[in-house]
Write a protein that binds this ligand. Structure first.
Ligand code: ITT
Length: 182
């Protein structure tokens, strides 16, 4: 069993589901934590985990993720959580009005505190910003993020096969499994 620290229920559900397919049990440590500001998601995740390690005695991991839009110079990127809570999907759609280059990607960085140090694992998925919100599943920016013609919110469970989160967790869970076999 391993603790996953997040205040975001959508993230936890997906992580738990993906972990199951690797035979790993994840326990939800539901709480917010201090995140430093910065442009580098990996740095933010690493420092957040180091700070949190002073309070959490067990091994744990957290995940810092964000939506990056090249036509907006990478916005909202590391500020995705704040942007989602303030202007949301409508705000992003408005900013993208009349913009032809609709490419976007999600990044996820896992930071794992193993009791001594922090290890990081990254995942990325490329897609496009839709012209309108579509789909009922998922969370956050899922209704406006298109992957292969469908939004993540339309893909439901299938999102977990290709998402940034899946790709980051794959590296992490393989690492954990490797330790078991030592
Ligand atoms: P914690 O920090 O407590 O884990 P958070 O929601 O603040 O929760 P982040 O700081 O990592 O998480 O912010 C990521 C934001 O990006 C989050 O608010 C989501 O709206 C969005 N996001 C991340 N992954 C996503 C996904 O798979 N689908 C849609 N939106 C996502």
């Amino acid at each position: 069993m391993i603790y996953f620290v997040t205040s975001n229920e959508g993230k936890f559900r997906e992580v738990k589901e993906i972990a199951k397919s690797y035979g790993i049990e994840v326990e939800w440590l539901k709480r917010e934590y201090l995140e430093p500001q910065g442009n580098d998601l990996e740095e933010i995740a690493r420092i957040s985990a180091e700070i949190l390690a002073k309070e959490v005695r067990e091994k744990f991991f957290l995940e810092d993720s964000g939506l990056f839009i090249p036509a907006l110079n990478g916005f909202p990127g590391p500020y995705s959580s704040y942007v989602f809570k303030t202007v949301g999907n409508e705000g992003i759609l408005k900013l993208m009005e009349g913009v032809e280059d609709r490419r976007a990607y999600f990044l996820a960085v896992i930071a794992f505190w193993d009791g001594e140090r922090v290890l990081t694992f990254k995942g990325r998925v490329d897609g496009r910003i839709a012209h309108e919100m579509r789909g009922e599943r998922g969370f956050g920016f899922d209704p406006i993020f298109e992957y292969d013609g469908r939004t993540f919110a339309e893909m439901g469970e299938e999102k977990n096969e290709v998402s940034h989160r899946r790709r980051a967790l794959e590296g992490f869970f393989k690492y954990l499994k490797g330790l078991e076999n030592l």
